[in-house]
Design a protein around this ligand. Structure first.
Ligand code: ATP
Ligand code: GCO
Length: 201
């Protein structure tokens, strides 16, 4: 019936914690999800075994492989939001702008937290976690591929990773809390033929 209003709540926000290997994406995303009762997803869980094998052998992923991987990552984000109405924190390198735009097309707007540091620091951090599949030899190609997000790209925040993890998380938390509060306070009212709350990815 014309004139009825459907209140469509904003879907819960998606935080893309991005950056090169060893920048601290998993550690930060996990801490944020824990503090904000969100869902933590690790992009590394969606690589095919053969590509993990390639990376372990020092072979960087190409655009085609990454596109396929990002498709799986996006499916996981959509599924997580369906399962639980809570912010999603995805740790995912998303090095190029086209990769981030692909994710936006699939899941909607993102709050991007770029964990930024220099290759020397990243090397140091990676040396401190020897059991990970990603070899130090791939740092160079990660920086080569990195297109740091900057205006006019939307929803971008850059965090310096040189302070201790607690400080980086503290700063990321302040940003995330604002985004979560903002998302919760802006329901859309749309002209629809039914009344109800819809939570849609
Ligand atoms: N700010 C920090 N200060 C000190 N150590 C940190 C900091 N951030 C992360 N680390 C440590 O650095 C290492 C790399 O972090 P983490 O595995 O979270 O990075 P990542 O970006 O998820 O890496 P990858 O994408 O390669 O899986 C870990 O041992 C982590 O505990
Ligand atoms: O985009 C890429 O090149 C890869 O996905 C890597 O960045 C890994 O996922 C990861 O960061 C492992 O260290």
């Amino acid at each position: 019936m014309a004139g009825e209003i459907e209140i469509t709540m904003q879907p819960s926000p998606v935080f893309l914690i991005m950056g090169v290997c060893g920048a601290g994406k998993s550690a930060v995303a996990q801490a944020l999800a824990g503090a904000l009762n969100g869902t933590f997803l690790d992009g590394d869980d969606y690589h095919l075994a053969e590509h993990v094998k390639d990376m372990s052998a020092g072979i960087p992923l190409n655009d085609l492989v990454r596109k396929d991987w990002l498709r799986r990552v996006c499916r996981a984000i959509v599924a997580a939001r369906r399962e639980r109405d809570a912010p999603v924190f995805i740790a995912c390198s998303a090095l190029k702008k086209s990769y981030r735009d692909f994710i936006r097309r699939e899941v909607g707007p993102l709050c991007v937290l770029h964990l930024a540091g220099d290759p020397e620091l990243v090397r140091e951090r990676m040396t401190g976690r020897p059991d990970h599949f990603m070899p130090i030899s791939l740092i160079e190609s990660q920086f080569r591929d990195l297109e740091p997000p900057r205006a006019p790209e939307e929803g971008v925040h850059v965090l310096d990773i040189s302070p201790p993890l607690e400080s980086v998380v503290h700063e990321a938390l302040a940003i995330s809390r604002r985004v979560v509060a903002n998302a919760g306070s802006h329901p859309h009212a749309e002209d629809r033929h039914s009344v109800g709350n819809t939570h849609r990815p």
